[in-house]
Design a protein around this ligand. Structure first.
Ligand SMILES: [Zn+2]
Length: 433
């Protein structure tokens, strides 16, 4: 289903003309109202009037997370505070949090984008949406909430945590869709089972899952344990929050980026040069409709691939693959580039291993070591030691084959590794360099 048929199916030529017009407007507003942008444009020897085609976007400077921190809290806003109706912030683990602001129209834009996402998932005003994304400074909760209301669905503003209560509400209110992180969906499935609830018998039929990288195998596991269709949603607070892109239920293969609101680029994270369609690179977004806090060429650090091929759902927007990791999460182990998601993809392909794992990186003498701790399933754990040893061997070999690095594999009992209600922290780097 398509929420905004006119825009979501725009022919390429019309879409690009719209993007150019909006880009010119946003570049001019940034340049004339924010001293950071004026300096950055001047340094790059480019003026807003120089943008005559979409290719000219590449003449504009990148924006990075540090620029947001340097201008904490409101230094990059292009409107006076009396036009800002909402503030959100990300809790940075280091340095200042990044703060984002919205005008009334920005909130409407965002609500429409989220309504488009729910429509793409096949939801209508007949659905009840259990929203387990965190409410508060985090954009997930309120973003999904306004979108669900815009669609006309019934929203349960559950927020995160209180897992037992969530299970009770899932049983009693009979929501047909759930929004949360994929790891929390699995966590709920396990917790419900422990409470003696048949989680496959709930009325849930769709999961709108995102805010952390996950794999195809994890999707299968969630779909199996909750008896739902699990769809991927993507967004980040800097760009607008959730609702930057969404997988359509028709193809269930990549997320359509709402290109009438965002111009996307995919670049080589080292050189900054564009990579061809279908090749992995870092996603870069320019917001072209946001008023309070537009961003020009924002480097997300999220690694993905773009696909322009037509989709059976009828949307003309380019699709991005699931995020496979972060360009700054990349671990360099004995000189080899390793993304945690690559290890995840290996272990999820092995029967008997659970999608709960931790990577511990350390250094012995001058040599980096990588330990992969993975939970095994209940069934395997109660089996003979020989089976465990076989699994351990297989995983060690598969990691070595894919990544070219040797890892020490440690299989652990079910439910012994930490669970995460928000973004999972998979890596502990103990190296002191
Ligand atoms: Zn589609």
């Amino acid at each position: 289903m398509i929420f905004n048929y006119e825009f979501e199916t725009l022919p390429r030529e019309a879409l690009e003309a719209l993007q150019l017009k909006r880009l010119q407007q946003v570049a001019a507003r940034c340049y004339h109202t924010v001293s950071f942008y004026r300096k950055a444009f001047d340094n790059a020897k480019v003026k807003p009037e120089d943008i005559k085609s979409l290719d000219d976007l590449r003449r504009l400077p990148f924006t990075v997370k540090q620029d947001l921190r340097d201008n904490y809290p409101f230094g990059l806003f292009t409107v006076p505070m009396n036009n800002v109706v909402r503030l959100h912030a990300s809790t940075g683990t280091t340095g200042n949090a990044t703060v984002v602001g919205y005008t009334k129209r920005d909130i409407e834009t965002w609500a429409e984008l989220m309504a488009r996402c729910f429509s793409a998932a096949g939801l209508t005003s007949n659905d009840i949406i259990h929203n387990a994304y965190g409410y508060g400074l985090f954009t997930g909760g309120l973003g999904a909430h306004y979108g669900a209301e815009k669609l006309g669905a019934s929203v349960i503003p559950m927020s995160g945590g209180s897992t037992k209560r969530q299970i009770v509400i899932l049983q009693d209110f009979g929501p047909t869709a759930i929004c949360c992180t994929p790891s929390y969906a699995l966590f709920l499935a396990e917790a419900g089972k422990d409470m003696g609830v048949d989680m496959r018998a709930l009325k849930l039929r769709v999961g709108i899952l995102g805010a952390e990288p996950w794999s195809e195998r994890m999707r299968q596991e969630i779909e199996d344990k909750l008896n739902i269709t699990a769809l991927n949603i993507y967004g980040l607070s800097e760009i607008i929050g959730p609702g930057v892109s969404m997988e359509c239920a028709e193809a269930k293969n990549g997320m359509h980026i709402f290109e009438d609101n965002f111009i996307v680029e995919c670049i080589n994270p080292v050189s900054g040069e564009p990579v061809p369609y279908g090749q992995p690179g870092e996603l870069v977004f320019t917001t072209i409709t946001k008023e309070a806090f537009p961003l020009i060429r924002y480097r997300t650090k999220d690694m993905s691939c773009l696909h322009p091929e037509p989709c059976r759902c009828g949307r003309t927007f380019v699709k991005m693959e699931r995020v496979t990791g972060r360009s700054d999460d990349m671990l360099i182990i004995r000189g080899v580039n390793v993304y945690p998601s690559q290890i995840e993809s290996v272990l999820l392909n092995i029967e008997g291993l659970e999608p709960h794992y931790q990577l511990v990186v350390d250094r012995e003498g001058t040599l980096d070591t990588l330990e992969v701790q993975v939970e095994v399933s209940e069934k395997v754990f109660s089996d003979e030691v020989r089976i465990l040893q076989k699994l351990e061997k297989r995983l060690t070999k598969d990691i070595k084959d894919l990544l070219g690095v040797s890892a020490k594999v440690k299989l652990v009992e079910p439910k012994t590794l930490q669970r995460f209600e928000g973004k999972a922290q998979r890596v502990t780097d103990k190296r002191k360099i």
